[in-house]
Design a protein around this ligand. Structure first.
Ligand code: NIG
Ligand code: FE
Length: 412
């Protein structure tokens, strides 16, 4: 039924998000909900939102829902590292015994441990890992997944990761958005300083990325033990000169990265757990999306991104899982977004917008994130009649159906 026009309904409660602003607070009663709606879907897109099934539609063009469902735009996980090999359960145990994430990194564990395992994996093994993780995300209503490299950290190994992500994208039911995070940390086996490492990435990796069209997005981790604001300057300028979009791992433990993100016109500044009033203000006055990663706060036992303050200042708040083997091993976007909501006092509509419409903005994907005419028919259905139940149950309530481009890709 994906290309031919068909009608889907009746939808007990349709939550469109089409009137939601890109930025700022959203009150509890501000969401448009439509009772007993029908969608007309054609060529994978929403053709129209209807209040009833038009007369005379042929039965084979009707997908009749047999129960009461809430329908939302399917979720977007706009920051993940699901291309990896190995486990960091030992890091987790050490952290909970009192050794910090940065101390573990300094001692040679942390990200470097995953680099070692990921380098030891074949491209096929990486593809299998991505596909498996992506399929668990699809079952939770996520149909767009950003996936970063960053555990290769050499030209050859970053290419292996980016090629694996692109190959996985050909068979997964979700859509993967690859991002190059070659500036994750300076690899321990590189002889030379941070600038010299990035010179190699710029001069040798970027041209191949461009030629093979492996990604349009470039990321860097700005932090002690990673890269300084100064040293990423050339990396971002060269990336932009090639037409790439920028995104930044920013203000995770120390402020600084978000200013760099804004300065380079980044699509998003992600983490922000250590952002202070001045970073919040600057983000709110920019078009850079502030991306909260509650999975990293939960995984590390750190503060949450100041989502409430960001929204109240007029910022654009999106929420992603950061699924990775180190700081955020849980990989459950809806649960994490709901928990962020309780700690940060975000309304359910703010949480929902953060994993749909505002997450789409962070990826510059104008074709999704809300249910409206002309947008992709990327949809998630939960049994029930009130979207608030979904947030109340903090990710425990699972989707019954998931559609990607008008195609039913999960049916429980
Ligand atoms: O987003 N902060 C830096 N990078 C990842 C963690 C990667 C890892 O620990 O393996 C993050 O939290
Ligand atoms: Fe991350």
């Amino acid at each position: 039924m994906s290309n031919k026009q068909f009608y889907l309904g009746p939808i007990k409660q349709l939550v469109t998000l089409r009137q939601v602003d890109d930025r700022g607070p959203i009150s509890n009663n501000a969401l448009e909900t439509i009772k007993n709606a029908w969608l007309s879907i054609e060529d994978g897109k929403i053709k129209s939102i209807l209040h009833e099934l038009p007369a005379g539609v042929e039965t084979d063009a009707i997908m009749q829902l047999q129960k009461e469902y809430v329908m939302l735009p399917s979720f977007i996980d706009a920051h993940t590292h699901i291309c990896f090999s190995g486990s960091r359960s030992r890091d987790y145990a050490m952290r909970n015994a009192g050794i910090s994430y940065l101390e573990i990194a300094k001692a040679g564990g942390g990200i470097w441990d995953t680099v070692t395992h990921t380098r030891g994996a074949t491209q096929t093994e990486l593809i299998d890992g991505i596909l498996e993780r992506a399929s668990t995300l699809v079952e939770k209503g996520i149909t767009t997944i950003e996936v970063k490299s960053g555990y290769g950290l050499s030209v050859k190994e970053e290419l292996k990761m980016l090629r694996a992500i692109n190959e996985a994208n050909k068979t997964t039911k979700a859509e993967l958005i690859p991002t190059c995070l070659a500036a994750h940390i300076k690899p321990k086996d590189f002889e030379g300083d941070h600038a010299a490492y990035l010179d190699v990435i710029i001069d040798e990796l970027f041209p191949i990325i461009k030629e093979e069209k492996l990604t349009k997005r470039i990321d860097a981790f700005i932090e002690e033990e990673a890269f300084s604001a100064e040293v990423v300057d050339r990396y971002f300028k060269e990336a932009k000169a090639m037409g790439m979009e920028i995104t930044v791992h920013a203000d995770q433990f120390h402020p600084g990265g978000s200013a760099v993100a804004i300065q380079h016109g980044a699509l998003s500044a992600d983490h922000l757990e250590a952002s202070t009033e001045s970073e919040i203000e600057a983000l709110a006055n920019s078009d850079t999306v502030a991306m909260a990663l509650p999975g990293a706060s939960i995984g590390l036992g750190c503060a949450f991104t100041p989502g409430r303050k960001i929204l109240d200042a007029g910022g654009i708040l999106a929420i992603a899982s950061d699924w990775n083997p180190g700081s955020a091993p849980m990989g459950d976007l809806l649960t994490q977004a709901c928990i962020l909501g309780t700690f940060e006092k975000l309304s359910n509509p703010e949480v929902l917008a953060g994993i749909t419409k505002r997450a789409a903005k962070a990826l510059k994907l104008n074709d999704r994130g809300s249910i409206e005419e002309g947008k992709l028919a990327d949809l998630v259905l939960f049994e029930g009649n009130d979207y608030n139940e979904i947030f109340y149950l903090q990710g425990k309530k699972l989707p019954s159906m998931v559609f990607k481009n008008g195609k039913l890709i999960f049916n429980n």
